[in-house]
Design a protein around this ligand. Structure first.
Ligand SMILES: [Zn+2]
Ligand SMILES: [Zn+2]
Length: 347
């Protein structure tokens, strides 16, 4: 008889369930970890509210994690029982059309490789993730911060593709978890002026705390005009949209200077149409890029940045909750009471 554990399942939008299930056992190349921290994520909230193309409920829920390895499958040599680790939720095949072109985040097999179930006492990590995206946790990084490796790796990929240069003015729309990490990455890359745009005064204060040079509340007026007023009418050198609305996608383009790069970081619901002034895009030579997910390299970088303090996630974490409060935690995120919570099953 195998041991049983508590695990949170996603049944359908608006519905979670706590289930008693078998503790997973690792297959070849896999490990099982005893979860010490599973951070809540905007993507989980999105799935919970309206469904998500990568989520196929009913399914185990949660995808950010850090913990101790409790069992090791055949053939795993890099990890042993008792190791403290954190990792991401998928890994590329490295053989398909996109992987061969260095775009592992677009791997054709990625969708089928997402590994869910970290809102549980134990979490099985699949072989491709163990091989590429599982990392030893540095001693100086608490579990609750190590589980940021996945969202931070996404932020790092965005920052790299944003092509930020020394001395740039970077406008970042959105001061949620992603925005607050992007601010720190922009500073680390040498931006001299980071303008953080949001609504909530409390979150804008946190933006200041993590390094934003200027903060602006969209409640006080037009953020496009504001960014232009700080740049002699030109607009920002780089704009990163991390707020997730049609309006902010449009604002991102309008507050960019000619020749700027605009990163559309946040996903909008499937089928959403966003329109732009073609004149601005064409004559202004705006480079607009989507950015999705992460690569094994950005995950590795993320773990290093957590260890060195290049990115400080303490101001983004609003507390710890037990497994029984996952749903309540997501609702608190929805009401904007908290940005991110760490689910700690041993609580
Ligand atoms: Zn996430
Ligand atoms: Zn691939």
């Amino acid at each position: 008889m195998t041991a049983m554990m508590q695990a949170v399942y996603f049944l359908e939008p608006g519905k979670l369930e706590m289930r008693e299930v078998h503790v997973p056992t690792p297959g070849p190349g896999e490990v099982v970890i005893k979860v010490e921290s599973a951070t809540t994520c905007g993507t989980d909230l999105k799935a919970y509210r309206r469904g998500h193309k990568l989520f196929k409920p009913p399914m185990p829920f949660g995808h950010e994690y850090a913990g101790y390895i409790s069992a090791v499958g055949a053939g795993v040599t890099r990890f042993k029982e008792g190791d403290a680790v954190a990792g991401t939720n998928a890994a590329p095949c490295n053989e398909c059309f996109y992987c061969r072109r260095g775009r592992q985040q677009l791997c054709v097999l990625l969708e089928g490789r997402f590994n869910f179930g970290s809102y549980a006492e134990y979490h099985r990590i699949t072989d491709c993730i163990v091989a590429q995206n599982l990392h030893h946790k540095p001693d100086n990084v608490p579990f609750t911060e190590a589980s940021f490796i996945e969202p931070l790796a996404c932020a790092v990929l965005c920052a790299i593709n944003a092509d930020i240069q020394l001395g740039d003015t970077v406008a970042i729309i959105g001061v949620g978890a992603q925005g607050l990490m992007q601010i720190q990455l922009a500073k680390a890359l040498g931006a001299t002026r980071v303008i953080a745009i949001g609504r909530s005064p409390g979150r804008l204060e946190r933006a200041k705390q993590v390094g934003a040079d200027v903060i602006y509340s969209s409640n006080d007026g037009d953020p496009v005009e504001f960014v232009r007023s700080l740049t002699e009418g030109r607009g920002a050198d780089v704009v990163i949209e991390a707020a997730g609305s049609i309006d902010t996608w449009q604002q991102a383009v309008m507050m960019a200077r000619n020749g700027a790069t605009v990163m559309q970081f946040s996903g909008l619901p499937g089928g959403t149409q966003v329109s732009f002034d073609a004149t601005k895009l064409h004559y202004g030579e705006i480079t607009m890029k989507g950015t999705f997910h992460l690569t094994p390299r950005t995950a590795e970088m993320a773990m290093q940045m957590l260890a060195t303090g290049t990115v400080n996630v303490k101001p983004i974490l609003d507390g710890v909750i037990p497994l029984t409060q996952v749903e309540e935690g997501l609702l608190r995120m929805q009401r904007s009471e908290v940005i991110k919570l760490a689910v700690v099953p041993s609580m």
